[in-house]
Write a protein that binds this ligand. Structure first.
Ligand SMILES: *Cc1c(COP(=O)(O)O)cnc(C)c1O
Length: 388
């Protein structure tokens, strides 16, 4: 049987795939079963932060594999503690909880916000404000947090306690926080799945200031935007705000499942022993991968991420069939005249892998993609955008 027939027979039909059967890769190049090479501008949805088979990452991960691959969180391991220390030292956050995915990182943040509201304010059934068009995961609670109705319809009843504000509408958002007596606000600074929509700085700062003045916890979902993606370690750093909770995952492990919830001062002691846990969370192999990624996200490297992003924007802005190019760093959304999925299909034929987000073509290349490969791929996208 060929790979498409096997997939059709044995894999649950919950998502559609592109017709590419990946067998190997190196850096930002992937090879399929027919030996065709692709330039990868999706990095497994922003996960392989340093590309495929990065030498330093492989070295870190395999060294840990040779020591111990799993302990559960009943015992101490080096990589887990080192990664937590790095995350705190680089962000000023106080403590870390490790899980395995973005949804779990958000679940942890939501549980923390709820317990904070109960402990501190005696609110038995707290409300959290999230933004319309956001995306926070696929669990029943993170779906409820996701302000997009079409994700909700099939899975009622969802977890109660979420209300949705229009992004970039400051007065409306603050009124909703007030009228719903919300205990927390959960935002993505750049809505990823929602179409690479960059929130206005003034909006984010106003909401953050209101939260601070009124003891409403500010949770920033950095699952997609985090770990260098936007040219800062975390996207909130572009906004000069200090969140109370930060969730992250995707690029953190460089390709292994790893998520984290970071707790600021107000939140660091909210969850106590027995309040939360995870069998796989803080896995030493995943955390060793995380250490190898995070240790390289220094200022010079992040500056280079920004430079590459600007280069892509410059090359595509105003090109025939390109309506607009937005995003930050190497998280880029391209509004095209042609249907985004048609542009992506055409790019695949020509050996370039990119993503879509709503009606846009989305690029999340490896942060260390070489300039020449990046610009070669951008030329292919440019040609595919041209309606001729
Ligand atoms: C991908 C994503 C999630 C969900 O992460 P999973 O690892 O798939 O659970 C949550 N929030 C944002 C912003 C994401 O982009």
């Amino acid at each position: 049987m060929d790979y498409q027939a096997l997939d059709k027979t044995y894999i649950a039909h919950t998502y559609a795939r592109f017709p590419v059967h990946v067998v190997s890769g190196k850096g930002s190049l992937l090879k399929d079963a027919d030996g065709k090479t692709y330039i990868d501008l999706g990095s497994g949805i922003g996960v392989t932060a340093f590309g495929i088979g990065d030498d330093e990452w492989i070295q870190a991960v395999t060294a840990q594999l040779g020591l111990v691959q799993h302990t559960s969180n009943l015992y101490y391991t080096d990589p887990c503690m080192r990664l937590a220390q790095m995350l705190c030292e680089k962000t000023g956050m106080k403590k870390v909880f490790f899980g395995n995915s973005g949804a779990e990182a958000n679940e942890c943040a939501i549980k923390t916000a709820r317990k904070y509201a109960q402990d501190k304010h005696g609110i038995e059934s707290p409300t959290i404000v999230t933004l319309k068009n956001g995306f926070h995961g696929r669990t029943v609670t993170t779906l409820a947090a996701t302000g997009q109705e079409h994700y909700h319809e099939l899975f009622q009843p969802l977890t109660p306690g979420f209300v949705y504000a229009e992004p970039n509408q400051t007065d409306e958002t603050i009124n909703l926080i007030r009228s719903s007596k919300a205990s927390a606000v959960l935002i993505e600074c750049i809505q990823g799945e929602g179409g690479v929509n960059v929130l206005d700085k003034a909006y984010v700062q106003s909401v953050a200031a209101y939260c601070k003045e009124n003891d409403v916890l500010l949770i920033v979902d950095e699952v997609q935007t985090g770990n260098g993606r936007t040219g800062k370690l975390y996207a909130y750093m572009n906004y000069d705000i200090v969140p109370d909770l930060v969730s992250t995952a995707k690029g953190l492990g460089g390709g292994l499942p790893l998520g984290a919830c970071l707790f600021g001062e107000k939140a660091e002691n909210v969850l106590g022993f027995g309040d939360h846990g995870s069998t796989f969370g803080g896995n030493p192999v995943c955390c060793a991968g995380g250490v190898s990624i995070l240790s390289r996200l220094n200022d010079a490297f992040l500056q280079d991420v920004k430079r590459k992003g600007d280069m892509v924007k410059m090359a595509l802005t105003g090109a025939p069939g390109v309506e607009s190019v937005g995003g930050m760093g190497l998280m880029i959304g391209i509004k095209t005249v042609k249907k985004a999925s048609d542009v992506v299909s055409e790019c695949i034929q020509k050996g370039v892998l990119c993503l879509t987000a709503k009606d846009k073509v989305r690029l999340l290349p490896a942060l260390n993609i070489p300039d020449d490969l990046l610009m070669k791929a951008v030329q292919v996208i440019k040609d595919a955008c041209n309606p001729g």
